[in-house]
Design a protein around this ligand. Structure first.
Ligand code: CUA
Length: 347
């Protein structure tokens, strides 16, 4: 990127191009196109479904551009050529071909090309089945396993590269929309029905999923991590997530575990294997059995560390208005730190 100077704090608005440089246009284009890549871009597909949608986008953009050029050419031709009379036959032929036959053929071809891309039209040739439920405002994730209980986690979806996963989508109350731009199109999560989407990631990496349907106060804070890994890493991860929680090791963690129990956190959150948590089916909040291993907390809102965990417990309503977790502002700092140390240790 020769010839591009980044001024100030590196903010995009501060990018200054040297005046009179012939590199100006290519450099500006390079900056613009750099915005197309990244962990959350439908223009940088990393999965079969996203690639097909991208191809359709390119086909439609180029096709529409060509048709526009032809129509504009005809318009200019009609304006500049000397006026002369047309026969009735020529005029109606123009309408029939240009106005009816051409659009019918083009749109029918486009429909035939695009219909098989719809999630509902795809064969369920999945190697893996995942259930994702849209909550307010986070993601409940469960991996189905043959001959065993589903493996439950939250706000993260791990996928093996080159394998097909069928994701079944629903919601207990309001409509959300499940979207991993790098991997596939978006599908709504509608209370009372189960929608499905197929995912077949083709590139190892870390991506970002989002909620694409206005669902309430903190709709914009409803993201999730997507990790595409090789098959061996995926099997190891799934097996590890199926294990019960580790025991608290240090004195601070043990104190945190007691506080978790005494403060009543277990009423809404499950920690499988921890004592004193009522096993009463599906809990209101995210499963925390392996919360310490997740990259982010509060559905992609904050990086996961002891400080952010403590801050989240104390001020969840300020950080993410309208979510179902009350701010536990009464705990002294020492207790908050102990609780956060316990949670962070749940790897
Ligand atoms: Cu969930 Cu927007």
């Amino acid at each position: 990127m020769a010839g591009v100077g980044i001024a100030g704090d590196g903010n995009a608005a501060d990018v200054r191009l040297p005046t009179g440089s012939r590199l100006r246009v290519p450099a500006a284009l390079a900056i613009l196109l750099a915005g197309c890549a990244g962990p959350q871009s439908a223009l940088d597909p990393a999965g079969r479904e996203a690639r097909e949608v991208f191809d359709l986008f390119v086909l439609m953009t180029v096709g529409a551009g060509l048709i526009w050029l032809v129509v504009m050419g005809l318009l200019i031709y009609a304006l500049v050529r000397p006026a002369r009379e047309h026969s009735e036959r020529t005029a109606s032929r123009l309408v029939w071909i240009g106005g009816i036959a051409f659009p019918v053929v083009v749109l029918t071809a486009l429909l035939a090309y695009a219909l098989p891309m719809m999630p509902a039209m795809r064969a369920a040739d999945a190697d893996l089945q995942i259930r994702v439920s849209g909550e307010q405002f986070w993601w409940r994730v469960a991996y189905e396993r043959a001959g065993g209980d589903p493996v439950v986690t939250a706000n993260e979806v791990w996928l093996p590269v080159g394998r097909s996963a069928e994701v079944l989508l629903d919601s207990p109350d309001v409509v959300h929309s499940f979207w991993i731009p790098s991997l596939a199109g978006k599908v709504d999560m509608i209370p009372g029905r189960t929608n499905r989407i197929m995912l077949r990631p083709e590139r190892i990496g870390r991506y970002r999923g989002v909620c694409a349907e206005l669902c309430g106060d903190s709709h914009a804070y409803m993201a999730f991590d997507v990790r595409v890994v090789d098959e061996e890493s995926f099997a190891r991860w799934l097996n590890w997530q199926a294990q019960p929680a580790v025991e608290p090791a240090t004195l601070e963690e043990q104190r945190g575990a007691r506080l978790f129990h005494d403060t009543g956190c277990g009423a809404c959150h499950d920690i499988r294997g921890a004592s004193g948590i009522a096993a009463s089916g599906e809990k209101l909040g995210p499963d925390l059995t392996h919360v310490g291993s997740r990259a982010t907390i509060a559905a992609g809102l904050l990086p996961n560390n002891q400080g952010t965990l403590a801050g989240w417990i104390a001020a969840s309503q300020d950080l993410k208005p309208g979510n179902r977790m009350p701010s536990v502002a009464v705990l002294p700092g020492e207790d908050l730190r102990a609780l956060a140390a316990y949670l962070k240790a749940l790897r």
